[in-house]
Design a protein around this ligand. Structure first.
Ligand code: COA
Length: 199
């Protein structure tokens, strides 16, 4: 990928990385988008923290934007602030912030010796730059620290690129489940694929 464009931008901006906004940087530098975002993140590290109830609106907005690609098989928003607050009774959301902007989240729940993560969501403008990977690792660390020996997740069977993505982190398909009846009915027949890994 090469770092020269990065340093050229910094030099043009006077060498002060703090003065260079992400959008300035993305607009000027001429490398592919994931590389741009990785470089920008190295200038402005993201902050990870557990969610508070007051974050529910931001979390719901991020999830609904990220899950927009699911609209071809299910109408409507993926979640809302009330559902997010409901999940916080059973588990927690881990959040990644870029200053005041929420750029990623994951829901984590401890279920005895098994951990579960879901609603993994990255701002569509920041996808493909390792934010999802960082959230998966954080969810696993959280469950390992709580004494879990396995980590579980589910995905909709039509999301064909997701199993290879999760296999990269050591997950393997281990079963299927019916699509939950408490969600809006899908437009086509779908089911959930279960994946797990030992922690
Ligand atoms: C799934 C998701 C969280 C991954 O986060 P991310 O920050 O984009 O992922 P990472 O940067 O860690 O990994 C990038 C890899 O993801 C895969 N990927 C990401 N978006 C993809 C897409 N739209 N199509 C195909 N592969 C994709 C690629 O394999 C990519 O690998 P590469 O960098 O070698 O090209 C993110 O794409 C997202 O929010 N998607 C919408 C919500 C969703 O589907 N959540 C999971 C439900 S189970």
């Amino acid at each position: 990928m090469g770092f020269p464009p990065f340093f050229r931008v910094l030099r043009e901006k006077g060498g002060d990385s703090a003065a260079l906004s992400l959008s300035d940087f993305l607009a000027v530098v001429s490398v592919d988008r994931p590389t741009k975002i990785k470089l920008a993140l190295s200038m402005n590290p993201l902050l990870m923290r557990p969610a508070e109830l007051t974050d529910a609106e931001s979390i719901a907005r991020l999830i609904n934007a990220a899950f927009n690609p699911e609209r071809f098989y299910i109408d409507g928003d993926r979640t809302n602030p009330e559902k997010v607050r409901g999940l916080m009774d059973k588990g927690k959301f881990l959040l990644l912030w870029d200053d005041a902007a929420l750029v990623g989240c994951v829901y984590v729940e401890v279920r005895g010796e098994r951990g579960y993560f879901g609603l993994l969501a990255v701002d569509p403008a920041r996808q493909g730059a390792g934010i999802g990977a960082r959230l998966i690792t954080a969810a696993e660390d959280e469950c390992r620290a709580a004494g879990c020996h396995f980590m579980d997740l589910t995905l909709v069977n039509l999301r064909t690129w997701l199993p290879p993505y999760y296999r990269r982190f050591g997950y393997a398909e281990c079963g299927t489940l019916p699509f939950p009846i408490d969600q809006r009915p899908p437009k086509v027949p779908i089911h959930l694929v279960q994946m797990s890994k030992p922690l």
